[in-house]
Write a protein that binds this ligand. Structure first.
Ligand code: FE2
Ligand code: FE2
Length: 335
């Protein structure tokens, strides 16, 4: 009898998990795919306008990627802040600088700024033209693993305030620091795992502080795959402390198309130049410069540049790094 009941509970759990999978597939089927530039309404943020492009509140079923446009008015700045999420900002127009802890980084349209987790940062517009950038962050992924923190400079205690020239004060470490620095020795039988963990946490913080942070548009070398050019901007192999997103620019020549493919990661696309269409799960989506598109996980898709004379250029955020770190080879091509 007891056995029978246990079996029933298991059966219910099994049914519920099947239901979850079906629900996820159905909700992806219902997901918004395209945000047309003319339908996205701006919001005043104190230093310029913000347009949300790919957000779940707009009807997208995105769990990995997200995208928005933000402006900084001439000679203004946003508020200094920090967050657990890793973020990349791609500069669409204008020029300025970013204060990242004690560093100052200059940038202009076509550059990307990578902000490693938990580093204080503030963006300044140094010109007479409005600065406009695409922001791509990992809040969705962070929330799903229970990590969510965004702090602006007014919300921290005096000893935690950004202290330029003193990097240690802005690092968050899970190492036991209350007792001050102490020597850790491997005990017999401990296998050194604890010591290894502490050492690797320290190495992670060092890596975060040493991460490359500015990808100059002019320095990026494209790669041709037989269909289109890919310009990788942010990737750990290029010196960035990135674990979740690859950020790259896709360039499809006039009248060409990409291969038909699908992948376990999601993609958020912002069309920088050109016009064309995408066939995704049998449906056609027409896009043009200024539109944003969501590519759900494992949906077959193929992109076409419909302009006979001009290339089509996109900014792409993909959570491929995270998916690979979970042990998956995420991409599949159709001949
Ligand atoms: Fe930020
Ligand atoms: Fe793709």
């Amino acid at each position: 009898m007891e056995r029978e009941r246990e079996r029933n509970v298991s059966y219910e759990i099994y049914q519920a998990s099947l239901k979850f999978r079906t629900k996820r597939l159905e909700s992806l089927e219902q997901s918004k795919i395209l945000a047309k530039s003319e339908e996205v309404k701006p919001m005043w943020n104190g230093h310029g306008y913000t347009w949300y492009l790919i957000r779940s509140e707009m009807g997208f079923d995105n769990l990995g990627v997200s995208m928005f446009i933000e402006e900084v008015a001439p000679h203004k700045s946003n508020v200094m802040h920090r967050h657990f999420s890793e973020a990349t900002v791609y500069i669409l127009s204008g020029k300025g600088h970013t204060v990242l802890d004690e560093d100052t980084l200059e940038w202009k349209a076509g550059d990307a700024v990578f902000v490693p987790p938990m580093r204080w940062h503030q963006f300044f517009n140094d010109g007479d033209e409005t600065v406009r950038y695409i922001g791509m962050g990992s809040e969705r992924v962070m929330r799903s693993v229970g990590l969510y923190l965004v702090q602006d400079v007014t919300q921290v205690s005096p000893e935690e305030k950004p202290h330029f020239g003193k990097r240690a004060s802005i690092s968050v470490s899970t190492s036991p620091t209350e007792a001050g620095p102490r020597e850790v020795k491997a005990e017999a039988g401990s296998q050194g795992v604890y010591e290894d963990d502490r050492a690797s946490e320290k190495a992670l913080i060092d890596k975060r502080l040493k991460s490359k942070v500015v990808a100059k548009g002019s320095d990026v070398n494209p790669r041709w795959d037989g269909h289109s050019w890919t310009h990788y901007m942010v990737d750990p192999r290029l010196g960035y402390n990135a674990y979740i997103y690859q950020i790259f620019i896709e360039d499809i020549p006039p009248n060409k198309s990409t291969a038909e493919h699908r992948h376990l990661y999601e993609e958020a696309v912002y069309v920088l130049e050109g016009k064309g269409h995408t066939i995704m799960n049998g449906k056609r989506y027409d896009w043009k410069a200024g539109d944003a598109m969501f590519i759900p996980p494992f949906w077959w898709h193929q992109h076409f540049n419909d302009d006979p004379n001009n290339r089509s250029r996109w900014l792409v955020q993909s959570n491929a790094l995270l998916i690979r770190s979970l042990g998956y080879a995420p991409i599949e091509h159709r001949e």
